[in-house]
Design a protein around this ligand. Structure first.
Ligand code: ATP
Length: 448
Protein backbone atom coordinates (compact mmCIF):
# COMPACT_ATOMS: atom_id res chain seq x y z
CA UNK A 1 0.00 0.00 0.00
CA UNK A 2 1.21 3.48 -0.70
CA UNK A 3 1.80 5.46 2.48
CA UNK A 4 -0.72 7.98 1.17
CA UNK A 5 -3.62 5.61 0.68
CA UNK A 6 -6.39 5.40 3.26
CA UNK A 7 -9.71 3.61 2.99
CA UNK A 8 -11.48 7.00 3.16
CA UNK A 9 -9.49 8.41 0.23
CA UNK A 10 -10.09 5.28 -1.79
CA UNK A 11 -13.84 5.22 -1.12
CA UNK A 12 -14.06 8.86 -2.11
CA UNK A 13 -12.05 8.38 -5.32
CA UNK A 14 -14.08 5.30 -6.21
CA UNK A 15 -17.34 7.16 -5.83
CA UNK A 16 -16.18 10.42 -7.46
CA UNK A 17 -14.75 8.72 -10.52
CA UNK A 18 -17.24 5.92 -11.00
CA UNK A 19 -15.40 2.84 -9.81
CA UNK A 20 -17.67 1.67 -6.99
CA UNK A 21 -21.06 2.85 -5.70
CA UNK A 22 -23.10 1.69 -2.78
CA UNK A 23 -25.83 -0.64 -4.04
CA UNK A 24 -29.28 1.02 -4.35
CA UNK A 25 -27.80 4.17 -2.87
CA UNK A 26 -30.85 6.36 -3.60
CA UNK A 27 -32.77 4.18 -1.11
CA UNK A 28 -30.11 4.41 1.55
CA UNK A 29 -28.07 1.43 0.33
CA UNK A 30 -27.98 -2.10 1.71
CA UNK A 31 -25.10 -3.38 3.84
CA UNK A 32 -22.53 -5.58 2.12
CA UNK A 33 -23.66 -4.99 -1.48
CA UNK A 34 -21.85 -2.79 -3.99
CA UNK A 35 -22.18 -1.72 -7.62
CA UNK A 36 -19.31 -1.22 -10.03
CA UNK A 37 -19.49 1.86 -12.26
CA UNK A 38 -18.01 2.41 -15.75
CA UNK A 39 -14.38 2.36 -14.58
CA UNK A 40 -14.91 -0.26 -11.88
CA UNK A 41 -16.37 -2.78 -14.30
CA UNK A 42 -13.37 -2.34 -16.62
CA UNK A 43 -10.90 -2.82 -13.77
CA UNK A 44 -12.79 -5.85 -12.52
CA UNK A 45 -12.90 -7.39 -16.00
CA UNK A 46 -9.17 -6.76 -16.41
CA UNK A 47 -8.39 -8.53 -13.11
CA UNK A 48 -10.50 -11.50 -14.14
CA UNK A 49 -8.91 -11.61 -17.60
CA UNK A 50 -5.39 -11.45 -16.19
CA UNK A 51 -6.24 -14.35 -13.88
CA UNK A 52 -7.90 -16.43 -16.61
CA UNK A 53 -4.96 -15.83 -18.96
CA UNK A 54 -2.44 -16.93 -16.32
CA UNK A 55 -4.28 -19.99 -15.02
CA UNK A 56 -6.23 -21.26 -18.06
CA UNK A 57 -5.03 -19.78 -21.35
CA UNK A 58 -1.30 -20.13 -20.73
CA UNK A 59 -1.45 -23.62 -19.16
CA UNK A 60 -2.19 -26.99 -20.73
CA UNK A 61 -3.30 -28.59 -17.45
CA UNK A 62 -6.21 -26.30 -16.50
CA UNK A 63 -9.61 -25.92 -18.21
CA UNK A 64 -12.47 -23.54 -17.44
CA UNK A 65 -16.15 -23.93 -16.60
CA UNK A 66 -19.11 -21.84 -15.46
CA UNK A 67 -21.58 -23.55 -13.11
CA UNK A 68 -24.99 -22.32 -11.96
CA UNK A 69 -25.31 -20.32 -8.73
CA UNK A 70 -28.25 -22.38 -7.45
CA UNK A 71 -27.51 -26.09 -7.17
CA UNK A 72 -29.23 -29.19 -5.87
CA UNK A 73 -29.37 -28.54 -2.09
CA UNK A 74 -27.78 -31.92 -1.33
CA UNK A 75 -24.53 -30.40 -2.60
CA UNK A 76 -24.42 -28.28 0.56
CA UNK A 77 -25.14 -31.23 2.81
CA UNK A 78 -22.30 -33.19 1.21
CA UNK A 79 -19.87 -30.26 1.31
CA UNK A 80 -20.56 -29.67 5.00
CA UNK A 81 -21.87 -26.13 4.49
CA UNK A 82 -25.33 -26.87 5.91
CA UNK A 83 -23.84 -28.15 9.14
CA UNK A 84 -20.71 -26.10 9.64
CA UNK A 85 -20.73 -22.91 7.53
CA UNK A 86 -21.64 -20.74 10.48
CA UNK A 87 -20.21 -17.94 12.58
CA UNK A 88 -20.96 -17.26 16.27
CA UNK A 89 -23.17 -14.19 16.64
CA UNK A 90 -23.86 -12.08 19.75
CA UNK A 91 -26.20 -9.13 20.28
CA UNK A 92 -25.93 -6.26 22.73
CA UNK A 93 -28.99 -6.24 24.99
CA UNK A 94 -28.68 -2.44 25.40
CA UNK A 95 -27.80 -0.88 22.02
CA UNK A 96 -28.93 -3.89 19.95
CA UNK A 97 -25.70 -3.93 17.90
CA UNK A 98 -24.68 -7.29 16.47
CA UNK A 99 -21.14 -8.71 16.50
CA UNK A 100 -19.20 -11.81 15.55
CA UNK A 101 -18.16 -13.32 18.87
CA UNK A 102 -14.88 -14.66 17.48
CA UNK A 103 -13.88 -11.19 16.27
CA UNK A 104 -14.70 -9.59 19.62
CA UNK A 105 -12.59 -12.16 21.36
CA UNK A 106 -9.67 -11.35 19.12
CA UNK A 107 -9.31 -15.09 18.62
CA UNK A 108 -8.67 -14.46 14.92
CA UNK A 109 -7.53 -11.33 13.08
CA UNK A 110 -10.39 -8.87 12.46
CA UNK A 111 -10.06 -9.59 8.78
CA UNK A 112 -10.26 -13.36 9.11
CA UNK A 113 -13.39 -15.36 8.83
CA UNK A 114 -12.78 -18.00 11.38
CA UNK A 115 -15.88 -20.17 11.10
CA UNK A 116 -13.78 -22.67 12.94
CA UNK A 117 -12.58 -20.33 15.63
CA UNK A 118 -14.03 -21.04 19.03
CA UNK A 119 -15.97 -18.13 20.40
CA UNK A 120 -13.95 -17.02 23.38
CA UNK A 121 -16.02 -15.27 26.00
CA UNK A 122 -16.48 -11.52 25.82
CA UNK A 123 -19.53 -10.52 27.79
CA UNK A 124 -19.65 -6.73 27.36
CA UNK A 125 -20.52 -4.68 24.26
CA UNK A 126 -17.42 -2.90 22.90
CA UNK A 127 -19.57 0.09 21.84
CA UNK A 128 -21.73 0.81 24.89
CA UNK A 129 -20.57 -1.62 27.58
CA UNK A 130 -24.00 -3.30 27.68
CA UNK A 131 -24.49 -6.99 28.36
CA UNK A 132 -24.10 -9.36 25.40
CA UNK A 133 -26.29 -12.37 24.64
CA UNK A 134 -24.84 -15.90 24.56
CA UNK A 135 -23.27 -16.66 21.16
CA UNK A 136 -25.61 -18.35 18.67
CA UNK A 137 -24.32 -20.08 15.56
CA UNK A 138 -25.56 -18.38 12.41
CA UNK A 139 -25.40 -20.11 9.03
CA UNK A 140 -24.04 -17.76 6.38
CA UNK A 141 -25.86 -19.25 3.40
CA UNK A 142 -28.65 -17.21 1.78
CA UNK A 143 -31.80 -19.27 1.38
CA UNK A 144 -34.34 -19.14 -1.42
CA UNK A 145 -37.15 -21.29 -2.87
CA UNK A 146 -37.25 -22.96 -6.24
CA UNK A 147 -40.70 -23.03 -7.84
CA UNK A 148 -44.00 -21.63 -6.59
CA UNK A 149 -44.25 -23.50 -3.27
CA UNK A 150 -42.24 -22.24 -0.31
CA UNK A 151 -41.54 -25.28 1.83
CA UNK A 152 -38.63 -27.42 3.00
CA UNK A 153 -38.66 -29.49 -0.17
CA UNK A 154 -38.22 -26.41 -2.37
CA UNK A 155 -35.53 -24.73 -0.27
CA UNK A 156 -32.32 -23.97 -2.13
CA UNK A 157 -29.25 -21.86 -1.42
CA UNK A 158 -27.20 -19.21 -3.18
CA UNK A 159 -23.75 -20.74 -3.39
CA UNK A 160 -21.32 -19.45 -0.74
CA UNK A 161 -18.35 -20.51 -2.90
CA UNK A 162 -17.88 -21.51 -6.52
CA UNK A 163 -15.77 -24.56 -5.64
CA UNK A 164 -18.61 -27.05 -5.22
CA UNK A 165 -19.80 -26.40 -8.77
CA UNK A 166 -16.43 -27.74 -9.86
CA UNK A 167 -16.41 -30.87 -7.69
CA UNK A 168 -19.82 -31.94 -8.95
CA UNK A 169 -18.62 -31.57 -12.55
CA UNK A 170 -15.35 -33.42 -12.02
CA UNK A 171 -16.52 -36.59 -13.81
CA UNK A 172 -18.15 -34.65 -16.68
CA UNK A 173 -14.98 -32.72 -17.35
CA UNK A 174 -12.66 -35.69 -16.99
CA UNK A 175 -14.71 -37.65 -19.54
CA UNK A 176 -15.25 -34.86 -22.04
CA UNK A 177 -11.70 -33.48 -22.08
CA UNK A 178 -10.01 -36.91 -21.80
CA UNK A 179 -7.26 -35.23 -19.80
CA UNK A 180 -4.84 -36.93 -17.43
CA UNK A 181 -3.95 -35.88 -13.90
CA UNK A 182 -2.83 -33.38 -12.81
CA UNK A 183 -5.90 -31.53 -14.07
CA UNK A 184 -7.20 -28.19 -12.90
CA UNK A 185 -10.69 -26.75 -13.36
CA UNK A 186 -11.03 -22.98 -13.04
CA UNK A 187 -14.09 -20.86 -12.55
CA UNK A 188 -15.00 -17.23 -11.96
CA UNK A 189 -18.38 -16.42 -10.51
CA UNK A 190 -20.57 -14.82 -7.89
CA UNK A 191 -20.74 -16.15 -4.36
CA UNK A 192 -23.02 -15.06 -1.51
CA UNK A 193 -22.49 -15.07 2.24
CA UNK A 194 -24.81 -13.50 4.74
CA UNK A 195 -21.86 -12.07 6.68
CA UNK A 196 -22.71 -10.88 10.21
CA UNK A 197 -20.40 -7.89 9.95
CA UNK A 198 -19.65 -6.90 6.35
CA UNK A 199 -17.31 -3.96 6.07
CA UNK A 200 -14.04 -2.31 5.25
CA UNK A 201 -15.50 -1.07 1.97
CA UNK A 202 -15.51 -3.97 -0.54
CA UNK A 203 -13.22 -6.19 1.56
CA UNK A 204 -16.04 -8.20 3.15
CA UNK A 205 -19.27 -8.27 1.18
CA UNK A 206 -22.44 -10.31 1.19
CA UNK A 207 -22.34 -10.66 -2.59
CA UNK A 208 -18.91 -10.99 -4.18
CA UNK A 209 -17.04 -12.71 -6.94
CA UNK A 210 -14.56 -15.55 -6.61
CA UNK A 211 -11.86 -16.91 -8.89
CA UNK A 212 -11.21 -20.52 -7.92
CA UNK A 213 -9.19 -23.44 -9.23
CA UNK A 214 -9.61 -27.02 -8.09
CA UNK A 215 -6.39 -28.72 -9.14
CA UNK A 216 -6.74 -32.52 -9.02
CA UNK A 217 -3.55 -34.48 -8.43
CA UNK A 218 -2.44 -37.98 -7.57
CA UNK A 219 -2.23 -38.49 -3.78
CA UNK A 220 1.40 -38.33 -2.78
CA UNK A 221 2.15 -35.50 -5.25
CA UNK A 222 -0.18 -33.08 -3.44
CA UNK A 223 2.44 -31.35 -1.28
CA UNK A 224 4.68 -30.63 -4.21
CA UNK A 225 1.77 -29.19 -6.26
CA UNK A 226 0.68 -27.17 -3.25
CA UNK A 227 4.09 -25.44 -3.22
CA UNK A 228 3.84 -24.91 -6.98
CA UNK A 229 0.53 -23.09 -6.68
CA UNK A 230 1.62 -20.94 -3.73
CA UNK A 231 4.58 -19.71 -5.81
CA UNK A 232 2.53 -19.25 -8.99
CA UNK A 233 -0.13 -17.25 -7.28
CA UNK A 234 2.28 -15.11 -5.25
CA UNK A 235 4.21 -14.25 -8.41
CA UNK A 236 1.00 -13.35 -10.22
CA UNK A 237 0.40 -10.47 -7.78
CA UNK A 238 3.95 -9.19 -8.14
CA UNK A 239 3.76 -9.53 -11.94
CA UNK A 240 0.76 -7.21 -11.89
CA UNK A 241 2.76 -4.59 -10.08
CA UNK A 242 1.82 -5.16 -6.43
CA UNK A 243 4.57 -3.85 -4.17
CA UNK A 244 6.54 -6.70 -2.66
CA UNK A 245 6.58 -5.18 0.82
CA UNK A 246 2.75 -5.28 0.86
CA UNK A 247 2.20 -8.93 -0.07
CA UNK A 248 3.13 -11.97 1.99
CA UNK A 249 2.50 -15.68 2.18
CA UNK A 250 1.49 -17.12 5.53
CA UNK A 251 1.06 -20.77 6.41
CA UNK A 252 -1.93 -21.29 8.69
CA UNK A 253 -1.48 -22.88 12.10
CA UNK A 254 -3.15 -26.23 12.56
CA UNK A 255 -5.91 -24.70 14.72
CA UNK A 256 -6.78 -22.23 11.93
CA UNK A 257 -7.31 -24.97 9.31
CA UNK A 258 -10.79 -25.69 7.93
CA UNK A 259 -12.17 -29.17 8.65
CA UNK A 260 -11.36 -30.38 5.12
CA UNK A 261 -7.82 -28.99 4.89
CA UNK A 262 -4.54 -30.78 5.42
CA UNK A 263 -2.52 -27.58 4.98
CA UNK A 264 -3.35 -24.03 3.89
CA UNK A 265 -1.40 -20.93 2.88
CA UNK A 266 -2.84 -17.47 2.63
CA UNK A 267 -1.62 -14.72 0.37
CA UNK A 268 -2.12 -11.62 2.45
CA UNK A 269 -2.05 -7.91 1.71
CA UNK A 270 -1.12 -5.13 4.09
CA UNK A 271 -4.42 -3.22 4.16
CA UNK A 272 -4.86 -0.20 6.45
CA UNK A 273 -6.62 -2.54 8.90
CA UNK A 274 -3.60 -4.89 8.91
CA UNK A 275 -2.45 -8.00 7.05
CA UNK A 276 -5.57 -9.63 5.59
CA UNK A 277 -6.33 -12.54 3.29
CA UNK A 278 -6.52 -11.97 -0.46
CA UNK A 279 -6.41 -15.60 -1.42
CA UNK A 280 -6.41 -18.96 0.31
CA UNK A 281 -4.49 -21.91 -1.15
CA UNK A 282 -5.67 -25.08 0.55
CA UNK A 283 -4.82 -28.74 0.26
CA UNK A 284 -8.37 -30.12 0.48
CA UNK A 285 -7.19 -33.75 0.13
CA UNK A 286 -9.87 -36.09 -1.28
CA UNK A 287 -12.48 -34.78 1.17
CA UNK A 288 -14.87 -33.23 -1.36
CA UNK A 289 -14.80 -35.95 -4.02
CA UNK A 290 -15.33 -38.63 -1.38
CA UNK A 291 -18.25 -36.76 0.18
CA UNK A 292 -19.93 -36.15 -3.18
CA UNK A 293 -19.40 -39.79 -4.17
CA UNK A 294 -21.03 -40.84 -0.89
CA UNK A 295 -24.00 -38.48 -1.15
CA UNK A 296 -24.64 -38.92 -4.90
CA UNK A 297 -23.88 -42.61 -5.17
CA UNK A 298 -21.71 -41.85 -8.20
CA UNK A 299 -18.11 -42.94 -8.66
CA UNK A 300 -15.86 -39.91 -8.63
CA UNK A 301 -12.59 -41.63 -9.36
CA UNK A 302 -9.73 -41.54 -11.83
CA UNK A 303 -8.24 -44.56 -13.53
CA UNK A 304 -4.49 -44.32 -13.18
CA UNK A 305 -2.97 -46.17 -16.16
CA UNK A 306 0.46 -46.24 -14.55
CA UNK A 307 -0.60 -48.24 -11.52
CA UNK A 308 -3.71 -49.80 -13.09
CA UNK A 309 -5.77 -48.59 -10.09
CA UNK A 310 -8.77 -46.41 -9.54
CA UNK A 311 -7.85 -43.51 -7.27
CA UNK A 312 -9.63 -40.57 -5.67
CA UNK A 313 -7.53 -37.50 -6.52
CA UNK A 314 -6.36 -34.98 -3.97
CA UNK A 315 -7.15 -31.32 -4.58
CA UNK A 316 -5.14 -28.12 -4.31
CA UNK A 317 -7.44 -25.10 -4.26
CA UNK A 318 -6.25 -21.54 -4.95
CA UNK A 319 -9.26 -19.37 -4.13
CA UNK A 320 -9.29 -15.57 -4.51
CA UNK A 321 -11.95 -12.87 -4.24
CA UNK A 322 -12.17 -10.41 -7.13
CA UNK A 323 -13.59 -7.54 -5.07
CA UNK A 324 -10.90 -7.87 -2.42
CA UNK A 325 -8.18 -7.98 -5.06
CA UNK A 326 -9.65 -4.93 -6.74
CA UNK A 327 -9.46 -3.03 -3.46
CA UNK A 328 -5.87 -4.18 -2.89
CA UNK A 329 -4.75 -3.24 -6.42
CA UNK A 330 -6.31 0.20 -5.98
CA UNK A 331 -4.74 0.75 -2.55
CA UNK A 332 -1.38 -0.34 -3.87
CA UNK A 333 -1.56 1.89 -6.93
CA UNK A 334 -2.75 5.01 -5.12
CA UNK A 335 -0.17 7.77 -4.92
CA UNK A 336 0.02 11.50 -4.42
CA UNK A 337 2.86 13.78 -5.44
CA UNK A 338 3.58 17.49 -5.53
CA UNK A 339 3.82 18.89 -9.05
CA UNK A 340 4.36 22.64 -9.44
CA UNK A 341 2.77 23.39 -6.10
CA UNK A 342 -0.27 21.18 -6.70
CA UNK A 343 -1.08 17.69 -5.48
CA UNK A 344 -1.23 15.16 -8.28
CA UNK A 345 -3.27 12.03 -7.44
CA UNK A 346 -2.18 9.04 -9.51
CA UNK A 347 -3.24 5.44 -9.71
CA UNK A 348 -0.05 3.67 -10.75
CA UNK A 349 -2.02 0.68 -11.99
CA UNK A 350 -0.29 -1.95 -14.12
CA UNK A 351 -1.13 -1.28 -17.78
CA UNK A 352 -3.00 -4.62 -18.04
CA UNK A 353 -5.30 -3.55 -15.20
CA UNK A 354 -5.83 0.13 -16.08
CA UNK A 355 -9.53 0.62 -16.99
CA UNK A 356 -8.70 3.12 -19.76
CA UNK A 357 -5.50 2.49 -21.70
CA UNK A 358 -5.41 5.63 -23.85
CA UNK A 359 -7.07 9.06 -23.58
CA UNK A 360 -7.34 11.17 -26.72
CA UNK A 361 -7.26 14.88 -25.93
CA UNK A 362 -7.50 17.77 -28.40
CA UNK A 363 -5.65 20.78 -27.00
CA UNK A 364 -8.91 22.72 -27.09
CA UNK A 365 -12.38 22.57 -28.62
CA UNK A 366 -11.15 24.68 -31.54
CA UNK A 367 -13.05 23.60 -34.65
CA UNK A 368 -9.82 22.90 -36.52
CA UNK A 369 -8.63 20.43 -33.87
CA UNK A 370 -11.81 18.44 -33.40
CA UNK A 371 -11.87 16.55 -36.76
CA UNK A 372 -8.27 15.22 -36.57
CA UNK A 373 -8.74 14.40 -32.88
CA UNK A 374 -11.93 12.44 -33.62
CA UNK A 375 -10.12 10.64 -36.41
CA UNK A 376 -7.29 9.63 -34.09
CA UNK A 377 -9.81 8.41 -31.53
CA UNK A 378 -11.64 6.35 -34.16
CA UNK A 379 -8.37 4.47 -34.82
CA UNK A 380 -7.33 4.09 -31.18
CA UNK A 381 -10.68 2.85 -29.86
CA UNK A 382 -10.63 -0.13 -32.20
CA UNK A 383 -7.53 -1.40 -30.39
CA UNK A 384 -7.94 -0.36 -26.76
CA UNK A 385 -10.44 0.84 -24.21
CA UNK A 386 -10.06 4.58 -24.62
CA UNK A 387 -11.67 7.90 -23.82
CA UNK A 388 -12.10 11.18 -25.68
CA UNK A 389 -12.07 14.25 -23.49
CA UNK A 390 -12.16 17.89 -24.55
CA UNK A 391 -13.61 19.56 -21.43
CA UNK A 392 -11.49 22.08 -19.46
CA UNK A 393 -7.77 22.82 -19.70
CA UNK A 394 -5.30 20.21 -20.92
CA UNK A 395 -3.55 20.19 -17.51
CA UNK A 396 -6.81 19.38 -15.76
CA UNK A 397 -7.52 16.60 -18.24
CA UNK A 398 -4.11 15.04 -17.67
CA UNK A 399 -4.80 15.06 -13.92
CA UNK A 400 -8.20 13.45 -14.45
CA UNK A 401 -6.59 10.63 -16.40
CA UNK A 402 -3.76 10.24 -13.84
CA UNK A 403 -6.35 9.87 -11.11
CA UNK A 404 -7.97 6.87 -12.82
CA UNK A 405 -4.69 5.28 -13.86
CA UNK A 406 -4.72 5.86 -17.64
CA UNK A 407 -1.15 4.99 -18.74
CA UNK A 408 -1.09 7.08 -21.94
CA UNK A 409 -2.62 10.32 -23.22
CA UNK A 410 -2.49 11.39 -26.87
CA UNK A 411 -2.71 15.13 -27.48
CA UNK A 412 -3.68 16.77 -30.75
CA UNK A 413 -2.50 20.41 -31.08
CA UNK A 414 -2.17 23.08 -33.76
CA UNK A 415 1.17 21.67 -34.95
CA UNK A 416 -0.72 18.44 -35.75
CA UNK A 417 -2.45 20.28 -38.59
CA UNK A 418 0.96 20.93 -40.17
CA UNK A 419 3.19 17.99 -39.23
CA UNK A 420 0.54 15.22 -38.94
CA UNK A 421 2.05 14.21 -35.61
CA UNK A 422 0.68 13.98 -32.04
CA UNK A 423 2.14 13.94 -28.53
CA UNK A 424 2.10 10.82 -26.35
CA UNK A 425 2.26 11.64 -22.64
CA UNK A 426 3.16 8.94 -20.15
CA UNK A 427 1.36 8.80 -16.78
CA UNK A 428 4.13 8.00 -14.31
CA UNK A 429 7.04 10.00 -15.75
CA UNK A 430 4.86 12.67 -17.43
CA UNK A 431 7.32 12.45 -20.32
CA UNK A 432 6.08 13.53 -23.71
CA UNK A 433 7.16 12.32 -27.14
CA UNK A 434 6.03 13.39 -30.57
CA UNK A 435 5.04 10.63 -33.01
CA UNK A 436 3.57 10.71 -36.53
CA UNK A 437 -0.13 9.78 -36.63
CA UNK A 438 0.71 7.10 -39.20
CA UNK A 439 2.86 5.32 -36.59
CA UNK A 440 0.66 6.05 -33.57
CA UNK A 441 -0.90 2.59 -33.13
CA UNK A 442 2.53 0.94 -33.22
CA UNK A 443 3.97 3.49 -30.79
CA UNK A 444 1.07 2.91 -28.36
CA UNK A 445 1.29 -0.86 -28.73
CA UNK A 446 4.99 -0.75 -27.89
CA UNK A 447 4.20 1.08 -24.66
CA UNK A 448 1.17 -1.02 -23.71
P1 ATP B 1 -12.23 -14.58 5.28
O1 ATP B 1 -11.49 -15.36 6.33
O2 ATP B 1 -11.55 -13.35 4.86
O3 ATP B 1 -13.68 -14.39 5.53
P2 ATP B 1 -12.51 -17.12 4.11
O4 ATP B 1 -11.29 -17.81 4.61
O5 ATP B 1 -13.83 -17.45 4.63
O6 ATP B 1 -12.24 -15.55 4.06
P3 ATP B 1 -12.57 -18.46 1.68
O7 ATP B 1 -13.78 -19.23 1.98
O8 ATP B 1 -11.25 -19.10 1.70
O9 ATP B 1 -12.55 -17.19 2.57
O10 ATP B 1 -12.80 -17.70 0.30
C1 ATP B 1 -11.79 -17.50 -0.63
C2 ATP B 1 -11.62 -16.05 -0.99
O11 ATP B 1 -12.87 -15.45 -1.29
C3 ATP B 1 -11.04 -15.19 0.13
O12 ATP B 1 -9.65 -15.25 0.13
C4 ATP B 1 -11.53 -13.82 -0.24
O13 ATP B 1 -10.67 -13.21 -1.20
C5 ATP B 1 -12.86 -14.09 -0.89
N1 ATP B 1 -13.93 -13.84 0.06
C6 ATP B 1 -14.41 -14.68 1.00
N2 ATP B 1 -15.42 -14.11 1.67
C7 ATP B 1 -15.57 -12.87 1.16
C8 ATP B 1 -16.46 -11.79 1.43
N3 ATP B 1 -17.39 -11.88 2.37
N4 ATP B 1 -16.34 -10.66 0.70
C9 ATP B 1 -15.41 -10.57 -0.27
N5 ATP B 1 -14.56 -11.55 -0.58
C10 ATP B 1 -14.62 -12.69 0.11
Amino acid sequence: MSTKATVEKLVSLCKRRGFVFQSSEIYGGIGGFWDYGPLGVELKNNIKQAWWKAVVQERDDVVGQDAAIVMNPTVWRASGHLDTFADPMVDCKECKKRFRADELAGAVPASAHGHEAEAAKVTRCPECGGELTEPRMFNLMFRTYVGPVEDDASTAYLRPETAQGIFVNFANILTTTRKKLPLGIAQIGKAFRNEITPGNFIFRDREFEQMEIEYFVKPGTDEQWHQHWVEERYNWYLGLGMRKENVRVRQLDSEELAHYAKDTYEIEYLFPMGWSELEGIANRTDFDLRRHAEFSGRELEYFDEESGEHIVPYVIEPSAGVDRLLMAFLMDAYDEEEVRGETRVILRLHKDLAPIKVAVLPLSRNEKLVPPAREVWATVRKQWMSQYDDAQSIGRRYRRQDEVGTPLCVTIDFDTLEDKAVTIRERDSMEQVRVPIAGLVDALRERL
